[in-house]
Design a protein around this ligand. Structure first.
Ligand code: FES
Ligand SMILES: [Fe+2]
Length: 417
């Protein structure tokens, strides 16, 4: 039996390298983390019409996300009930039925088994089709456009699970009257590293930006100082309930095209109708958020991405990343944001290259037979966090590791159950 209390030491605020490098732990996570938590599976804008679908995974398990005739989004295991073959092999589209490529069983968009080749001659009418529909994921809920699914039918509601971070997600998802949409086209790439290295960074590693991404400011592609706002007000980090984390700061206003500047001004003003005064004051500052376990959102210099860190083995993760835009933003603004995203945070993105390099390095050093006995330090800022009356969560100005260690505290509590 693995001793998780030793691996994440709450008193010393340290984490054992084993957490990232032990193959047994990786297998247990599939059961204790990915089968218990709410997992991001898509955005409502991707499945607007009945039959519109996309495929993704919950942990390593393939699923289909589809809008049913009743207007509800359903999630099914993407695995035929006959012999288990994937019934849908494409990323997204619109379907009337999903036909398995092996022997041709077909399923309706409500998951029911609707067609079986040679049903009369080979099965002699003995197959009860009502018992052999696709396996349904029991819980599906949305938060302002983001669709999450959960394999645990006894889980708390999505809103309760999001807890403190819901207030911060609203800064992006509710800033615009029309809500948000994902732009067509998912950027996908595979990198070396354990999925938690990426996830913990978005839960609160603000510390690395000045150093790891310094080359960007040296060549004039990013501001020389990322944080330029007021500590505790605009520049702070949040340790949210349930292992989520948020980084917020105000970057110096960069030179943006006039249409984008205008949209940001409009959006800040208009958000006051829906958000609290504190929230409205934070709209279109820089946001980096991690929803436990593997969802991330980043909004920087006017553009936003959402992404998922899909575990693909101990030392591999698939990144699926989309540009997110305000539903009613003008085309010119959307085109600019999309280009910015590709330049900065895509498989060839300038920021992206820095991060994937260190994640790969960490895996190679931490697997060492000696190095893996020495714990990693997450002590920054501990004990200096506060609660503020106008916003939820535990707050500390950048930089701090209260959020990132909170990720590991929650991981420890789930793994110890
Ligand atoms: S595995 Fe799907 S029809 Fe046989
Ligand atoms: Fe980074």
């Amino acid at each position: 039996m693995t001793n998780y209390s030793h691996l994440v030491n709450l008193k010393d605020r340290t984490v054992s390298p084993e957490v990232f490098t032990n193959p047994d732990i990786y297998l247990i996570e599939q059961e204790k983390i990915f089968r218990r938590c709410w997992i991001f599976v898509g955005h409502e804008s991707q499945v607007r019409e009945p039959g519109a679908f996309l495929t993704t995974t919950i942990g390593e398990e393939p699923v289909i996300v589809v809008k049913d005739h009743d207007g509800k989004v359903k999630v099914f295991f993407n695995s035929c009930r006959h012999r288990g073959v994937k019934v849908c092999r494409i990323d997204h589209g619109k379907a009337k039925v999903f036909q398995c490529p092996y022997h041709g069983w077909s399923y309706g968009i409500d998951g029911s088994l609707v067609g079986v080749p040679q049903q009369k001659t080979a099965y002699h009418g003995d197959l009860d089709k009502t018992q052999w529909g696709l396996i349904k994921v029991p819980r599906v809920e949305s938060f302002h456009g983001l669709i999450f699914a959960c394999l645990d039918d006894k889980a708390v509601s999505l809103e309760e699970y999001l807890g403190d971070i819901a207030w911060y997600l609203e800064l992006i998802l509710r800033r615009s009257k029309g809500g948000t949409k994902l732009l067509q086209g998912c950027h996908r790439w595979r990198v070396k590293g354990n999925w938690k290295l990426a996830a913990e960074q978005f839960a609160g590693d603000n510390y690395h930006a000045d150093v790891l991404h310094k080359s960007l400011s040296l060549i004039g592609l990013a501001p020389s100082e990322f944080r330029g706002g007021i500590p505790w007000e605009t520049d702070f980090q949040v340790k949210s309930s349930n292992g989520h984390g948020w980084i917020n700061f105000k970057s110096p206003d960069g030179p943006l095209p006039p249409a984008v500047e205008e949209w940001i001004r409009h959006s800040r003003e208009e958000s006051k109708e829906r958000l609290t005064a504190t929230q409205a004051g934070l709209v279109h500052t820089t946001h980096v958020g991690g929803v436990f376990p593997n969802f991330a959102i980043l909004s920087f210099m006017g553009f936003t991405f959402v992404r998922v860190w899909h575990p693909r083995g101990l030392n591999d993760l698939d990144v699926h990343s989309w540009a997110l835009a305000d539903e009613d933003a003008p085309d010119e603004v959307v085109a600019f944001l999309s280009t910015m995203l590709i330049l900065n945070f895509s498989s060839s993105g300038i920021f992206e290259q820095d991060d994937v390099t260190v994640w790969g390095d960490m895996m190679s050093t931490l697997q060492g037979t000696v190095r893996r006995r020495f714990p990693l330090n997450y002590q920054m800022g501990a004990g200096h966090e506060r609660r503020l009356s106008d916003r939820p969560g535990l707050i500390h100005p950048p930089s701090t590791e209260i959020g990132i260690f909170g990720f590991h505290e929650f991981w420890r509590s789930l793994m110890s159950r």
